[in-house]
Design a protein around this ligand. Structure first.
Ligand code: IPM
Ligand code: MG
Length: 369
């Protein structure tokens, strides 16, 4: 039996704990059925950590995160903590984890599951079969750039400011992840910037273009971020891999997710660089947030969290077969007609979070039989 895999689970706030609970069923299933066991530890993050320990990402959580082979993250934030000062808000939980674990490559697939093509706000034929990947830089850019602040000038007026800054290496390393992915997919990479107005954008384009020479089999194109938003909202299937900075990737990945019509279905992975022994930190989380409006009602869609766990198996443990098994189980549940409220269509059977999770495990049982 392979050595235990050390998993840190951070449910967080809102619907996080509810959907993470459904992943625990899948983990238990794997423990029972396959030749692998997980050593699962839980930790505190976001508002839950503020309430218990007074910090959105306490040092204890950082220690757990550093020791884990992979992190499964739920979501953070909610109205309860909205009035906290900037330095204390729940969102800092995820930002500290990304920064201090060096999780610079955020992989955000936008995929339309055929049974759900009707759920998009676009015409079904524009999105049916959509399968694109956004590679978002996630430890640099304007999210972390200095100087930043709000200050009062000598004349008594005030200003707020942030800094968009990228070093050569920060751009090149995330670009390589994009090129590697594109090489395994259709061989096309679209890099997004505002090289027409931003110096950091010109630089981004220069470094991505230079890095492309390492990947002769990938066709690189560049697109301005505003145009990319328009293209995503009108002809999303033209894209395969999109490479973007932290801020543009944040915006474009929400847009791409909305285009699929099923935010509750989309997972993500955030990867660090491998160390000399090949070990890399990695965190997996659904794209949807903490959805405070439906938290505690038992109606959230657990699929994005379950699919985040499938990504974890694939990227952190090389368990491709098991990842696919889980993805196929989810697909079977959908084509069987079960739907949570967010992906409901007329004629389908509307179910809650735990029925959906149980159905996925039942499909896993059938497939493994
Ligand atoms: C995301 C979220 C975060 C971000 C927030 C919660 C800090 O919007 O993961 O896309 O802006 O990166
Ligand atoms: Mg976002």
């Amino acid at each position: 039996m392979p050595a235990n895999k050390k998993l840190l689970v951070l449910p967080g706030d809102g619907i996080g704990p509810e959907v993470v609970r459904e992943v625990r069923r899948v983990i238990d299933w794997l423990d029972r059925r396959r030749q692998v066991t997980f050593d699962v530890e839980e930790g505190l993050v976001g508002g839950a950590a503020i309430d218990a320990l007074g910090h959105p990402c306490p040092d204890r959580t950082m220690e757990q995160a550093l020791a884990a082979d992979a992190i499964l993250f739920g979501s953070v934030g909610g109205p309860k903590w909205d009035s906290l000062p900037f330095e204390g808000r729940p969102e800092l939980g995820i930002l500290r984890l990304r920064k201090e674990l060096g999780l610079f490559a955020n992989l955000r697939p936008a995929l339309v599951w055929s049974p759900l093509a009707q759920a998009s706000s676009l015409k079904a034929d524009l999105v049916d079969g959509l399968d694109l990947m956004i590679v978002r830089e996630s430890t640099g850019g304007i999210y972390f750039g200095e100087p930043r602040g709000i200050e009062t000038l000598p004349d008594g007026t005030r200003r707020g400011f942030d800094t968009e800054t990228y070093s050569e290496e920060e751009i090149a390393r995330v670009a390589r992840i994009g090129f590697e992915l594109a090489a395994k997919r259709s061989g096309r990479l679209t890099s997004v910037d505002k090289a027409n107005v931003m110096q950091s954008g010109r630089f981004w384009r220069e470094i991505v273009t230079r890095t492309a020479a390492e990947f002769p089999n990938v066709e690189l194109s560049h697109m301005y971020a505003d145009n990319c938003a328009m293209q995503l909202a009108s002809r999303p299937k033209q894209f395969d891999v999109i490479l973007a900075s932290n801020l543009f990737g944040d915006l474009l990945s929400d847009l791409a997710a909305a285009v699929t019509g099923s935010l509750g279905m989309l997972p993500s992975a955030t990867l660090g660089a491998p160390d000399s022994s090949g070990r890399r930190h990695a965190l997996y989380e659904p794209i949807h947030g903490s959805a405070p409006d439906i938290a505690g009602k038992g109606i959230a869609n657990p699929c994005a969290q379950i699919l985040s766990f499938a990504m974890l198996l694939r990227w952190s443990f090389g368990m491709e077969e098991d990842a696919r098994l889980i993805e196929n189980a989810v697909e079977k549940v959908l084509s069987g007609g079960l739907r949570t409220a967010d992906i409901m269509v007329p004629g389908a059977a509307r179910v809650g979070t735990s029925i959906m999770g149980e159905a996925v495990v039942r499909e896993l049982d059938k497939m493994a039989a």
